[in-house]
Design a protein around this ligand. Structure first.
Ligand code: ATP
Length: 305
């Protein structure tokens, strides 16, 4: 099966300054992948290389089997793109803007009402100039534009910036629906907490280089980050039998005990602690977050100003 996106040793130099260096990865049908990295790490440059908006200095990019710069341009109708800052002609109405992009992509405009519905824009907004839209409405129009023609690949550059929490949730519901239907989604964002339960794979870039690529669980394992366990034993609990390996329980306020547990010991320790449910009055298990994993991989890597 051809990958939806395939990058092999892709680099882009601006004059002699590398924006991305030697990046390789493939994305398959129906994958939702988060692209994360500091400001200036190279995320937008990567997305532009995939779109064919810039020609890489080295390496090869394939989108649905084609070179996005010089290959068969008909694949463009299968690609939806939401740029980092959406900006539309303010005098045009929402419907005129969609119609403009539908013509550019050579896809029918017939489903526009459905698209307005999907992104949560009222049909009454369709005939209003975009200058009367709020920031969230413009972002939703941007998403509608990206979804024109039911793309097989969606490239979303910081799509939730400017959206309130409820809109963010409905945005992800919609993206997950497209993913379920087989659309591949590459989404760049700084909002790590909202990606945690949604992206099945995370690619971390730093100073133009890929420094990690895997599911959150895989990256946690590679990083060897501990799981934090906190519990309150009942009065008669035999706490001394719960220590395994290197575990050191620290007593906190209100008799809570807590410890950072090495991931290799986690299951044995949880089994020991929960073997007698009457010995516990409460328990919390906190896995390393995407923020922790991200901080780990960036440690010691420095960052570009
Ligand atoms: P952000 O999170 O701030 O959007 P990013 O990860 O998307 O950042 P890029 O926009 O890809 O980062 O930029 C990567 C590097 O390439 C930066 O150092 C940037 O200054 C540089 N760069 C990007 N576009 C150009 C350009 N047209 N000319 C020169 N340098 C550029």
């Amino acid at each position: 099966m051809t990958s939806t996106i395939s990058l092999k040793n892709v680099s882009k130099l601006y004059k002699d300054v590398p924006a991305i260096e030697d990046i390789s990865f493939s994305l398959d049908e129906g994958e939702l992948v988060a692209l994360v990295g500091h400001n200036g790490a190279g995320k937008t440059t990567l997305i532009k290389a995939i779109l064919g908006l810039i020609r890489p200095t080295g390496g090869t990019v394939r989108v649905l089997g084609e070179d996005p710069v010089s290959g068969n341009l008909s694949v463009r109708k299968d690609v939806g793109y939401l740029p980092e800052s959406v900006s539309f002609h303010l005098a045009l109405t929402g419907k005129e803007i969609l119609s403009f992009y539908a013509r550019l992509k050579r896809v029918p405009m017939s489903g526009w009402q459905n698209l307005f519905d999907l992104v949560g824009l009222a049909k009454t907004a369709a005939d209003r100039p975009v200058r009367t839209y709020s920031k969230g409405m413009r972002q939703r129009l941007g998403l509608a534009q990206a979804l024109l023609g039911e793309p097989r690949l969606l490239l979303l550059d910081e799509p939730t910036s400017g959206l309130d929490p409820a809109l963010r949730r409905s945005f992800y519901d919609l993206i997950l629906e497209f993913k379920r239907k087989g659309t591949t989604v590459l989404l760049s964002s700084h909002a790590l907490s909202e990606l945690e339960d949604r992206a099945e794979r995370v690619i971390i870039v730093n100073r133009g280089r890929k420094i990690a690529d895997g599911s959150l669980d895989e990256l946690r394992r590679i990083a060897c980050l501990p799981t934090h366990i906190r519990f309150k034993p009942s009065a008669n609990a035999a706490v001394e039998t719960w220590s395994r390996g290197s575990v050191k329980w620290l007593e906190r306020k209100d008799k809570f005990l807590e410890a950072d547990i090495d991931h290799r010991e986690k299951i044995a320790v949880i089994s020991a602690v929960t073997s007698d449910p009457d010995a516990l009055t409460s328990m919390t298990i906190i896995e390393p977050t995407l923020d922790d994993v991200y901080a780990h991989f960036l440690q010691g890597q420095g960052r570009k100003p």
